[in-house]
Design a binder for this molecule. Structure first.
Ligand code: SF4
Length: 471
């Protein structure tokens, strides 16, 4: 008689992954979740109840690092109560601090950098079964290409996909080149295969990720525009986006694809950081205000309804009132669809941290508030223009309180839809916009009666789909 193979997962520990930071970290966390699920770890929604707590960290700002240290402090008591609990830190802060973090936090078991995420399973084995405290924070510095097939098992309607890692620019305020290494790209063939796998699981909207995505393929002979063309051919994929772009590296080949490549969404995140040429030079951003505004003009010529978002840093060392006025001018002139506005915070190891000439905190606060006011004004005006229009929305999720469903239009506007059910998740539907505010659009699916959602019906549907099978 043939013996049956033992297929039960060997590892039955529960796992909670907490993510700080950018979309690349979200992607890395999803990747680690997939790897560890395949090894038999169970997802635990409550951080405190998990056997393994993995915190994927961000180093971009001082505040993010403080948040991690305070969370680690809170976890000390949990580890004392249950010494078998495993606490691990991954991501940029793990890379930046490495062994020093393990020394500083005695109840921490594992520290790993972004280049070690594919080894998270074996590293956790070393901690759980080998009783070791481990650090793995080496850079993969070989060559210009790398392979990292995504292998996801549960895809969402809109997915992120990292295609290039690291950065070759050294903006003087930025920690990324020190914690993510030099730029390396995956091949178009491997990425397109990942896209097809996502689409086979119901994804229709894909966002390619990279710290400086425009130079994707550097040293490999492949280009981002070629990848976009190849992804555009994937049957079943409806929307393509990418981030983050660098104004100097956004070439005409890429700009001209907006409006000509059918599935490329009319939306781009293009950080300008400062409107002052003097500050841009001190930041080593390699462009000036004129070049930035020229790129915006070309983008809007290529695709008149393009939504452009940005990043701004206020209070960079030495920023004068005049420099800041130049930033306000750009905010006012471009009328961005969204922005991340930050107060400058020095990062150890970067050039700008040595500049001195710190702008006082109260002035940074005031500049942040003035920037936010202009930004919000333009977003509100833009959102109001959507009133009484019908727009295509990809429905991604239901609100936690089950009051509405949320999705995005091609311009990446967040849209809440009131009169649909969960069968709409993953579909692109036509929505009439009836209300707007600075953070979202609200409306009704035009193919159904325009009444408020029947919450009871949705709740019933969910609980009945979870009922046990009769035996
Ligand atoms: S281009 Fe972006 S990721 Fe690269 S150093 Fe500059 S700010 Fe950092």
């Amino acid at each position: 008689m043939q013996r049956q193979l033992y297929t039960q997962p060997i590892n039955t520990k529960s796992l909670h992954i907490k993510t700080f930071g950018c979309q690349m970290n979200v992607y890395d966390s999803n990747r680690m979740q997939s790897i560890l699920t395949a090894k038999g770890f169970r997802a635990e929604p409550e951080l405190r109840n998990a056997d393994v707590i993995l915190i994927n960290t961000c180093s971009i700002r001082d505040k993010s690092e403080h948040k991690l240290l305070s969370l680690l402090g809170e976890l000390k008591g949990l580890k004392e109560k249950d010494p078998k609990k495993v606490i691990a830190v991954s991501g940029c802060m793990g890379q930046r601090m490495g062994r020093a973090l393990l020394q500083r936090v005695p109840h921490l078991d594992l520290v790993l950098g972004p280049d070690a995420i594919d080894r998270v399973g074996e590293l956790l084995d070393g901690v759980i079964h080998g009783g070791q405290r481990l650090v793995e924070a080496k850079f993969d510095n070989e060559g210009r290409s790398y392979s990292q097939p995504c292998n996801v098992h549960r895809a969402k309607p809109a997915e992120l996909l990292t295609i290039v890692k690291g950065c070759d620019h050294f903006c003087t305020y930025c920690i990324v080149p020190f914690v993510r290494g030099r730029e390396k790209s995956r091949s178009i063939e491997e990425i397109v295969q990942d896209v097809k796998n996502f689409v086979a699981q119901g994804t229709t909207d894909i966002t390619f990720l990279g710290q400086n995505i425009n130079t994707y393929g550097k040293g490999t002979g492949q280009k981002l525009s070629e990848l976009i063309e190849a992804a555009n051919q994937v049957k079943g994929l409806e929307r393509i986006r990418y981030l983050t772009s660098h104004p100097r590296d956004l070439g005409e080949d890429l700009i001209n694809q907006f409006g000509t490549i059918e599935k490329l969404c009319p939306q781009l995140h293009l950080p300008f950081q400062s409107g002052s040429d003097r500050i841009l030079k001190a930041m080593s951003r390699l462009y000036n205000q004129e070049l930035y505004l020229k790129k915006i003009e070309l983008l809007r010529k290529a695709s008149p309804h393009m939504a452009i978002s940005t990043d701004v840093i206020v209070g960079f060392p030495g920023e004068t009132d005049e420099d800041f006025e130049a930033t306000l001018k750009v905010l006012d002139e471009v009328k961005f669809s969204g922005a991340f506005l930050f107060k400058y915070s020095p990062r150890p190891g970067t050039k700008a941290a040595e500049f001195g000439a710190e702008v006082p905190e109260n002035i940074k606060d005031e500049r942040l508030a003035r920037s936010q006011k202009i930004l919000n004004h333009h977003i509100e005006v833009e959102n109001k223009n959507y009133l009484n229009t019908v727009i295509p929305v990809l429905i991604e999720s239901m609100d936690k309180k089950k009051q509405y469903f949320s999705g995005r239009n091609p311009q990446n506007k967040l849209v809440h839809v009131m009169n649909i059910g969960d069968a709409s998740i993953g579909k692109i539907i036509d929505v009439e916009i009836t209300d707007t505010n600075v953070s979202c659009l609200k409306g009704f699916y035009v193919g159904a009666p325009k009444n408020e959602i029947n919450y009871r019906r949705i709740e019933n549907h969910i609980s009945s789909s979870l009922s046990p099978t009769p035996n």
